[in-house]
Design a protein around this ligand. Structure first.
Ligand code: PGA
Length: 250
């Protein structure tokens, strides 16, 4: 990992967690409160229902994030949540463009860019997700697909605001499968070159996370790859003990 780039380990609980799950937040807080427990930023992107309570439980020891936001500040959009509302709950981050949102809610790159803009407008840090499907990997188009996603999902406003990229191969999410270390290295180098090409010095400092079946047993080798500046962790973030092992791997 390059020295100049911050490192972030972010959990993504997806649609999991009830009030009782706040005990995991508490366990994580206690583990991270100890001296020199970590060398990276830590966040949990929780269901919106838990963010406010989790912010209280974590007491500033680590950050909370949302998993999606609407493009607008407020209005007649039943069931949606705005970036401003997440900020109001104490969130610091919001995931936008996760492949599950792209698939389940037909979110195109242009929508993802609007959501990233909304996050920036609200003062949140967007974690903008990109990643190829299994067929795109098989047919050798993974690099070009991700390049197109970056071009269309990362808004120009990102030049002036903090943001994070998460590379998540769709076929690696929740499957136990991961790309080879060489393939991850190739993709992260390509993303870095792309960000530098578009954003100059700023692009050299944007954290680029890997996501997709990251777990305690593979975290250290993935996090050691050049231009991998942390992880977006789904299943293995639900249990604090597993998540802590991944944080320690940094
Ligand atoms: P996973 O999910 O770690 O369970 O594969 C990652 C993600 O979807 O962010």
């Amino acid at each position: 990992m390059a020295d100049t780039v911050g490192t972030l380990i972010a959990g993504n609980w997806k649609m999991n967690g009830l009030t009782a799950s706040l005990s995991e937040v508490e366990t994580l807080k206690n583990a991270l409160s100890g001296a020199d427990a970590r060398e990276c930023d830590v966040a949990l992107c929780l269901p919106a229902t838990l963010i406010g309570k989790a912010v209280d439980v974590a007491d500033g020891v680590f950050s909370m994030g949302g998993q999606d936001c609407h493009t607008l500040v407020s209005g007649a959009h039943t069931g949606d949540i705005s970036a401003e509302m997440l900020k109001d709950l104490g969130a610091i981050y919001v995931i936008v463009g996760h492949s599950e949102r792209r698939a389940d809610h037909h979110e195109e790159d242009s929508v993802v860019a609007s959501k990233a803009n909304a996050a920036i407008r609200a003062g949140l840090v967007p974690i903008i997700c990109v990643g190829e499907t299994e067929n795109e990997r098989k047919f050798g188009t993974a690099l070009s697909v991700v390049e197109m996603q970056l071009a269309a999902s990362v808004p120009d406003a990102a030049q002036e605001a903090p943001f994070v990229i998460a590379y998540e191969p769709v076929w690696a999410i929740g499957t136990g499968l991961t790309p080879t270390l060489d393939d991850i290295a190739e993709m992260h180098k390509s993303i870095r070159d792309n960000l530098v090409g578009r954003f100059g010095d700023k692009g050299a400092k944007v954290p680029v996370l890997y996501g997709g079946s990251m777990k305690p047993s593979n975290a250290a080798e993935i996090l050691a790859i050049d231009h991998v500046n942390g992880g977006l962790v789904g299943g293995a973030s639900l249990k604090a003990d597993d998540f802590i092992e991944i944080i320690k791997a940094v």
